[in-house]
Design a protein around this ligand. Structure first.
Ligand code: FAD
Length: 508
């Protein structure tokens, strides 16, 4: 590419959202370029490898990819479903919920009937309420047209599930306290702050995993690679190490983006898949309505994460084809608590890497917990990525080490002999996520939805600038399905939406 180039659509950010927009728009004949700042494409789909083992940095398992599920249908349409190398997780308990030092694990199974059956075995007196919960989740999800590959207008703004918090809804519908805690046991998937997290967020996230749960073999970066291939086959371009520094505005429209290396890329339309706060910075606050800037910049983000990546000694630890969500106390399910005080870490999610061979032993596991960005603020001026290597102070590495140890201590509550089986440990902090993703606080899932004012926390793909659109996890919903739906919602403003959805339904 020369130092000046011109496209129909310039997409900023090569995570899932940006890549799906690139794939869709190039398929409909648009000349597209996707600009990614990192050395590796994919955003939260990036992987890294240590001692020949691949670790996922973000996505550990994916819902709704079984035949006929919504994500399966979206991915088939995008031409990437066939190429995915996946393993179906334990059908009777893809997630197991664990509290304190109890010796009981509560199953979150796949398939609504099986989900009911497995939980009813543990809570026989709650059979009717469990079945009612399953109906409720499905009813809520059916109200979201695009989630169901429908074209109709959304009409849920005054619905109960939109304005009622997760905690309130469960208290209304589930009388057994422990069952409520189990149903919220994998709330790390949406960074629950259960008093304000709207029930619909819980419903849309858990629905996918109840339908089906898969792990990616050799990491989720395969999704990004397939999308890149697809974009290039459609005549589009994907550029790595292409960091957008600012957008140039001419006569109320974005005319071009300027990259940090001096390149300038012109386009007719622009899509930013970055966090909306970062998108506003690129364009300049003065170019948006004051009310929009003030709303977006004051919204709270979901919590950030601390991840511990473990490589096991060969043949020492069994491969578990399910995740464990461990909570120090049951209260952990309700609040994404990331302050590193004496009770941290309150919640752990343990997920195994699919072994490279047929072995019954695990090669590696990732353990995820919440961490406030404030904990790493002392080192926030340091920067280190593969594309832009840099130094961090020793105090940062000492902090990381102390946190690693505390996560391993808590992990021992679930697996008492795990330390002896560990060969090596690596970790990442909110600063790692911030540097790699470009999000201002390393937030896991972008903007936190709020049942007290749900509309304010929904972000429209359209902006006041007629040729500048938003996509990504803060628009509709986070996660693989949420971001996919958001990308379709964005593209429906650049190509005929009705045709797009008709074509999507024709393929399946
Ligand atoms: C720790 C963690 C675990 C998760 N686990 C799961 C899971 O198990 N299952 C699931 O479904 N979801 C999971 N998610 C959520 C899911 O990964 C995200 O919702 C999704 O990948 C977000 O995609 P995106 O395209 O919106 O944003 P991102 O993936 O953040 O992509 C944005 C891209 O923009 C690039 N960028 C930023 N600034 C610039 C710039 N100035 N110029 C050019 N490029 C730029 C970034 O480098 C990045 O590649 C997890 C997320 C995290 C953080």
């Amino acid at each position: 590419m020369s130092r000046e180039a011109e496209y129909d659509v310039v997409v900023i950010g090569g995570g899932l959202g940006g890549l799906i927009c690139g794939a869709l728009l190039s398929r409909y004949g648009k000349r597209v370029v996707v600009l990614e700042k990192n050395h590796q494409i994919g955003g939260n789909l990036q992987v890294f490898s240590r001692d020949k083992v691949i670790f996922d940095t973000g996505v550990h398992y994916i819902g709704a990819l079984a035949k006929g599920n919504n994500l399966d249908r979206f991915f088939k349409f995008l031409g990437i479903r066939e190429g995915l190398n996946l393993v179906r997780m334990d059908v009777d308990a893809a997630d197991r919920i664990h509290f304190g030092n109890e010796d009981k694990f509560y199953p979150i199974a796949q398939g609504y009937d099986n989900f009911s059956k497995q939980l009813t075995t543990v809570f026989p007196e709650s059979k009717a309420e469990i079945e009612g919960y399953c109906r409720l989740i499905q009813d809520v999800c059916s109200a979201f047209p695009l989630y169901n590959l429908r074209y109709d207008q959304a009409d849920y703004f005054s619905s109960d599930f939109f304005t009622t918090s997760l905690q309130e809804m469960l208290e209304k519908t589930i009388s057994n306290k422990r069952l409520r805690e189990v149903l919220t046991g994998n709330s790390l998937l949406y960074g629950a702050n259960a008093e304000i997290t709207p029930f619909y967020v819980h419903a849309l996230v858990v629905d996918g995993y109840i339908r089906s749960a898969h792990r990616c073999v050799k990491g989720s970066s395969q999704i990004a690679k397939l999308l890149v291939k697809n974009i290039r086959e459609n005549g589009g371009e994907v550029l790595k190490r292409a960091e957008v520094e600012k957008c140039e505005i001419e006569q109320g429209r974005v005319a071009a983006v300027c990259l940090t290396d001096g390149r300038r890329i012109k386009g007719l339309d622009f899509i930013s898949s970055l966090h909306p706060k970062a998108s506003i910075r690129l364009v300049g606050e003065a170019n948006f309505r004051k009310a929009f800037v003030s709303r977006i910049t004051t919204l709270t983000d979901t919590q950030s994460a601390f991840s511990v990546h473990i490589k096991f000694k060969p043949g020492s630890f069994p491969y578990l084809n399910y995740n464990i969500y461990h909570h120090k106390t049951p209260e952990g399910v309700w609040k994404a608590k990331g302050k590193v005080d004496e009770s941290w870490p309150c919640t752990l999610m343990v997920s195994m890497t699919v072994p490279d061979t047929d072995s019954n032993y695990a090669e590696a596991a990732s353990v995820l917990t919440y961490m406030d960005y404030a904990e790493v603020k002392p080192w926030e001026t340091s920067f280190n990525t593969v594309a832009l290597p840099g130094e961090r102070p020793d105090s940062y590495y000492r902090f990381k080490k102390r946190c690693e140890e505390r996560v391993l201590d808590e992990l021992e509550v679930v697996f008492p002999e795990i330390r002896e089986k560990i060969e090596s440990v690596y970790s990442s902090t909110p600063l790692t996520y911030k540097n790699y993703i470009g999000d201002l606080t390393g937030s896991m899932y972008g903007i936190q939805k709020n049942a007290d004012n749900p509309v304010a926390t929904m972000v429209d793909p359209r902006t006041k600038i007629p040729n500048f659109f938003l996509t990504g996890q803060s628009i509709n919903l986070h996660g693989i399905i949420g971001v996919t739906v958001s990308a379709f919602a964005t593209c429906m403003h650049l190509i005929d939406g009705k045709t797009l959805i008709e074509d999507l339904n024709r393929i399946n």
